[in-house]
Design a protein around this ligand. Structure first.
Ligand code: ATP
Length: 254
């Protein structure tokens, strides 16, 4: 059957003072889909993610996650709905171990289960946490080998894997990734991007923000091209990869 729509943005606009960071942006992500949002530096990609998690307030437009209008959901409660953001670069707790960082990612699920869980976690909670941690370390075996190492000592690629793993610990239904390949050697970047399709098999939806347009489109189903805060194109990733006009004009392909 037709996959349900996980996330819908309708005519979203965001301003920072006089600067129009996003103008009238509409897009959607279906359940189980990987969607890339691509665009140059300053195009507004991070701003769009911030609007979804509630770090910036849209001037106009609608944000709907699983039929729910997000403007009615306080930012701190959005993670509990199943929205997770794996932020760009290092946002880890450097002195905590890999395992402790992953455990931090589980917190929204304990919160969802009620305050008593925070004081005295039930056995099912501990088991769910171990189970999710096992899924994450199966996805990224390099983390399994480094569970007790301080996060601050990880390589760039391993740190990015941990940032994604920590986001997955919250059991999201929508995972948003901000530049997961940023600053990484091409091969490590590819390793991370190629891990993503495995995550969608059970219905997780992914919104992937990337400057590295080609690499992002190669692992995604559809893509949107953002130019100066406005959508310049949207299509299947296969079609976008073939469109030299877009590559030349906006993405620096040659
Ligand atoms: P990059 O790939 O470089 O991170 P981006 O596509 O994510 O770029 P944004 O970070 O969303 O772009 O920024 C869009 C525009 O809004 C930029 O011109 C940026 O300078 C501006 N901007 C972002 N945050 C703020 C802020 N808090 N105050 C004022 N201007 C901002």
């Amino acid at each position: 059957g037709q996959a349900r729509t996980a996330l819908v943005l309708e005519n979203l606009s965001v301003r920072y003072g006089a600067l129009e960071a996003l103008v009238d942006v509409s897009l959607h992500v279906r359940e189980g889909e990987i969607v890339s949002l691509i665009g140059a530096n300053g195009a507004g990609k991070s701003t769009l993610l911030k609007a979804i998690v509630g770090q910036v307030r849209p001037l106009a437009g609608r944000l709907v996650f699983e039929q729910r209008d997000l403007s009615r959901v306080a930012p701190e409660l959005r993670a509990g709905l199943g929205i997770a953001l794996a932020p760009e670069g290092r946002s880890l707790f450097p002195s905590l171990s890999v395992e402790e960082n992953l455990m931090m990612g589980f917190y929204p699920r304990m919160r969802r289960a009620g305050v008593l869980q925070l004081l005295a976690p039930r056995r099912e909670t501990a088991e769910a946490m171990r189970g999710t941690m096992e899924e994450v370390t199966t996805l990224f075996p390099r983390l399994a080998e480094r569970l007790h190492q301080p996060a601050g000592t990880l390589s760039g690629g391993e740190g990015q894997m941990l940032a994604i793993g920590r986001a997955l610990m919250s059991g999201p239904r929508l995972l948003m990734l901000d530049e997961p390949s940023f600053g990484l050697a091409p091969q490590v970047a590819r390793e991370i991007l190629e891990s993503l399709p495995r995550l969608t098999e059970r219905g997780l939806s992914i919104l992937l923000i990337e400057q590295n347009a080609r690499a992002a489109l190669q692992v995604s189903d559809r893509g949107y091209v953002l130019v100066n805060g406005r959508l310049a194109a949207e299509d299947s990733s296969a079609n976008l990869l073939r469109r030299d006009d877009i590559g030349d004009a906006y993405l620096g392909w040659n």
